[in-house]
Design a protein around this ligand. Structure first.
Ligand SMILES: [Zn+2]
Length: 295
């Protein structure tokens, strides 16, 4: 197998039967209980999606409108994503990522492995030691790009709410600008808490969605671009795409995590949502006897 054994040895949970039963075979991981296999693609991406996802999402994700938005988005990514390519916008777009890096560096024990959930094409890996990183995403095309750019990263195609890791096995999970997109936000947060070690850290960044900073950005940058190039209304798009505003993400996160630090960026000396573009959080999992847990 091509991948570093230390990273791969954490992939022990079967996403099909939920047993902690995956063992390395000659060219794949195989479930000892149900026989399900995780295979590597030609690009070195490990495929750990179940046959079917048990969580239903609204039909609007299949609508013509949403498909138009998705192809517009893919087109923008192909042409060089303006928010990451242009230095001025990149300064804002990456402000949360930079805060994440400094929160990771400040952990009392440097984590041996970092699992970045919803890694996309890997913007965060630029800032980290890639030999310690596992990247999780649903999008196979993104993961292929991750493997080309960061061959040391273990790239795993999996669902946010069905991760191939045993309970309490991960020291550090990260998530950069992902939670605002999750229709199944609570399920996703529960899953992160499940895989985190009791003393583990969840470090995530979200846009200050709901504040007028983003509103202004959309009015001046994204809005006109989407209207001109794709005849899409940015507010209609974002009502679905950023289904959770910052307040909701933080509220739900408090159900499962102790929020130990909250940093605004890029103007961290002015901790106000309106004039910042991201909020970055250091959270530790709440103990198992938390009152939201079923008896
Ligand atoms: Zn299985």
């Amino acid at each position: 197998m091509r991948q570093d054994h230390k990273l791969l040895s954490l992939v022990t949970r079967c996403v099909e039967c939920a047993g902690n039963t995956m063992t390395p075979g000659a060219d794949a991981l195989v479930c000892g209980a149900c026989g399900y296999r995780y295979e590597f693609s030609d690009d070195g991406v490990l495929r750990a999606l179940p046959r079917t996802s048990e969580l239903r999402v609204p039909a609007f994700y299949q609508s013509r409108f949403y498909r138009r938005w998705m192809s517009a988005w893919e087109d923008m990514v192909q042409k060089g994503w303006v928010i990451y390519e242009r230095p001025f916008y990149r300064f804002f777009s990456m402000s949360g990522h930079r805060k994440m890096r400094s929160l990771i560096a400040g952990l009392p024990h440097p984590p041996e492995v970092i699992v970045d959930i919803g890694c996309g094409d890997g913007q965060l890996f630029d800032l980290l030691d890639q030999r310690r990183c596992i990247g999780i995403d649903r999008n196979a095309a993104f993961l292929t790009r991750v493997k080309h750019r960061y061959p040391d990263v273990l790239a795993v195609q999996a669902d946010f709410n069905n991760l191939p890791f045993a309970p309490g096995s991960i020291a550090c999970c990260t998530s950069a600008h992902v939670l605002e997109h999750l229709y199944h936000l609570a399920e996703g947060l529960e899953e992160v808490r499940r895989v985190l070690a009791p003393a583990g850290a969840f470090i995530f960044s979200i846009p200050t969605e709901g504040g007028w900073g983003w509103e202004l950005g959309r009015l001046l940058v994204t809005g006109p671009r989407l209207r001109r190039n794709y005849r899409l209304n940015v507010h209609e798009v974002m009502a679905i795409e950023h289904i959770n505003d910052a307040r909701r993400v933080l509220q739900f996160a408090r159900f499962y995590f102790d929020i130990r630090m909250k940093k605004y960026a890029p103007l961290s000396f002015l901790p106000v949502m309106a004039i910042n573009s991201s909020i970055t959080v250091l959270a530790s999992p709440l103990a198992g006897d938390h009152e939201l847990r079923p008896e």
